[in-house]
Design a protein around this ligand. Structure first.
Ligand code: FAD
Length: 587
């Protein structure tokens, strides 16, 4: 015992490794037994456009609903699919006019635009990859993935007329070599960085498993034991990287993906930086047929189990009884009852607005943490959608994304833009989904689309938030137009050949996200990805202080479509712990 106390970290590590190994063996054996039972390949049913646009009608709500899922983003779709596959009658409710959340696409002037899924990593192209197994499970093999160019991201710094480019290659060895050839004096730091990213995988897996534990007391013990493995989340990206190198430009390049999680290096947890960087090593992929294929394969699964998925179904309140149990929701004044309610939307909105006043006291401690400055985020994406005349070959469009920055100091870039929105955009992302999806031109011949995204702040447009969408007034329109022109200028600098091909342009801001995606203060990636967020393991959980109310979505794990998917699995395990042995099942 004395020895154990003398070496607490070693003791904790050994105990933790034993528990983890034991759980792993148990899960593997059980899932093998299960997959043998389900060895027949299930064929996905792919619904048409109408199946993901069924408007809410109270008289079409099925009787005796088992589970209501609020929000149809990837997390809501995941929970709904798993529960439907378990034979449960699911009611999926979406406030927007199409199912899918950030994975939805929209049509305008004969173009189909993607919104919040531009690429996914996780080696999803390989049927055997962990991420692919999870995706195949919820879509019943319904979605195939197209690999982007070997160089999936081209990182560019344009400082006046100076331009530097850094290609991000899907082959990690080539990627390392390219970086070392540009920073040969930093070879050691680069190797160390890649090693740290690899090691971080353990911490990320542990965080996921920890949140899957359905019993709070076991979770607390394991959280304590697992602390040494979770240390990657404790420091900021800047703190960790400045121990490796003093080369600011190298740090800027290694952290170019901060735009994916919307937190600058001085504030982001190194855990999220490691997770996102690791995610794309191996390249980027795009869903064949477009991101809406995900919803189009999941909704038929829900319907097969006698459930329904409705759009234009904003949930205004969660019904809670005197025993503090969630018993249903309110939609457009209608009370709909169910045994279980899952909220797969912003956790801030759930606790702040959907819990009735009578039960607010139950969630106040959670809300206090979620709304603290360390966790609250008001950083958003401002998207611009460009329709082009001509197909990808004709226009010579790349199957890679561009990330363009005014300087390598991301903190400084963001600070300048926050203080004065006429300053340079802190970063611009350009992507052509019509080039990434090999079927796009079959459905939309002679048409191509570009998505151009920059970062923004809620405070820049907050004054216009209460005005009706599309009628927010001249001042707002002028501001939007000013940003649109500047984004177009940057776009055309990279693709001057497209100048005469543009036939449609529209753009959005933080309040556009709030309206269409139900975000809170435009925070497109949910709660801030700071070290403090990752310390709140016992707060950001699928279980809630209200019985039978579960949470899911990007606030539970991290932002990103893949993390949203995993949070859906986590929530399903919380609802029914034995499902951890069954899903993802091999379809
Ligand atoms: C512009 C942009 C680009 C992105 N690009 C990528 C990318 O390329 N790759 C990647 O991996 N990730 C990307 N992301 C991040 C990723 O899309 C999200 O992190 C992820 O999809 C979140 O999934 P979710 O299920 O948690 O929530 P969401 O997708 O936000 O879904 C929540 C849904 O709930 C609905 N809702 C809200 N309130 C209510 C209510 N009261 N009643 C009913 N419905 C409600 C909303 O309308 C929404 O449809 C991007 C995000 C954005 C905004």
């Amino acid at each position: 015992m004395d020895t154990m106390l003398e070496y607490p970290i070693i003791y904790q590590s050994v105990c933790f490794a034993c528990i983890l190994f034991g759980t792993y063996i148990l899960c593997k054996t059980w899932s093998k037994i299960n997959t043998q039972k389900n060895d027949k390949e299930e064929i996905a049913e792919i619904g048409d456009e109408n199946i993901i646009k069924q408007g809410f009608r109270m008289n079409a709500v099925p009787e005796n609903v088992d589970i209501i899922v609020i929000g149809s983003g990837i997390a809501g779709l995941t929970v709904a699919s798993i529960m439907a596959q378990e034979g449960k009658k699911v009611l999926l409710l979406e406030q927007h006019d199409v199912i899918g959340g950030n994975t939805h696409t929209f049509k305008e002037k004969g173009f189909d635009f993607e919104t919040g899924l531009h690429y996914i990593g996780g080696r999803i192209g390989k049927k055997t990859s962990n991420l692919r197994k999870h995706f195949d499970c919820i879509t019943k093999n319904g979605v195939e993935w197209e690999k982007m160019d070997d160089v999936y991201d081209l990182v560019i710094i344009r400082d006046g007329e100076n331009c530097e480019q850094y290609p991000m290659h899907s082959d990690v060895k080539i990627l390392k070599k390219t970086l070392i050839s540009s920073f040969f004096e930093e070879e050691k730091a680069i190797h160390e960085y890649f090693n740290m990213i690899k090691k971080a995988r353990i911490g990320i897996t542990i965080l996921f498993l920890l949140k899957c534990i359905p019993y709070p007391w076991i979770q607390k013990i394991i959280h304590k034991l697992a602390r040494p493995f979770l240390s990657i989340f404790d420091e900021t990206t800047e703190q960790v990287l400045s121990k490796l190198t003093t080369n600011k430009k190298l740090i800027g390049i290694l952290t170019y993906l901060y735009g994916d999680y919307l937190e600058v290096p001085s504030r982001s947890s190194f855990g999220i930086q490691a997770l996102v960087s690791d995610h794309y090593m191996g390249g980027g992929y795009f869903p064949i047929g477009g991101p809406s294929m995900i919803a189009r394969t999941v909704v038929p699964i829900i319907e097969k189990s006698k459930g329904k998925a409705f759009v234009r179904a904003p949930v205004s309140s969660i019904l809670i009884n005197e025993e503090n149990k969630a018993i249903g929701v309110v939609v457009k004044g209608h009370h709909i009852f169910s045994r279980i309610v899952v909220s797969a939307i912003s956790s801030t909105i759930t606790y702040k607005y959907l819990i009735p006043q009578t039960h607010q006291h139950l969630v106040q401690s959670h809300l206090k943490i979620i709304e603290s400055p360390e966790l609250a985020s008001d950083t958003c994406y401002m998207s611009m959608f460009v329709g082009l005349q001509g197909d990808s070959d004709e226009l010579n469009l790349p199957k890679r994304n561009l990330w363009i920055f005014p300087s390598w100091n991301h903190d400084e870039n963001m600070k300048k833009f926050r203080n004065d929105y006429s300053e340079d955009f802190p970063g611009i992302f350009i992507s052509f989904s019509s080039a990434k999806d090999p079927t796009y031109h079959t459905t939309y011949p002679k048409k191509s689309v570009a998505s151009i995204i920059t970062l923004g702040f809620y405070e820049h447009v907050e004054d216009y938030k209460d005005k009706r969408v599309k009628h927010r007034g001249d001042a707002y329109n002028q501001l939007k137009d000013q940003w649109k022109e500047r984004m177009l200028e940057i776009f055309l600098k990279e693709f001057p050949n497209l100048k005469d091909k543009i036939v449609y342009v529209d753009n959005g801001t933080a309040i556009t996200n709030d309206f269409y995606l139900g975000t809170y203060h435009g925070a497109a990636c949910g709660l801030a990805h700071t070290p403090e967020r990752f310390r709140q393991v016992e707060i950001l959980l699928p279980t809630s202080p209200i019985k039978n109310l579960y949470l899911s979505g990007q606030d539970m794990l991290t932002c990103g479509v893949s993390a949203g998917l995993m949070s859906g699995f986590m929530t399903s395990y919380a609802i029914s712990p034995t499902l951890i042995f069954k899903y993802p099942k091999r379809n």
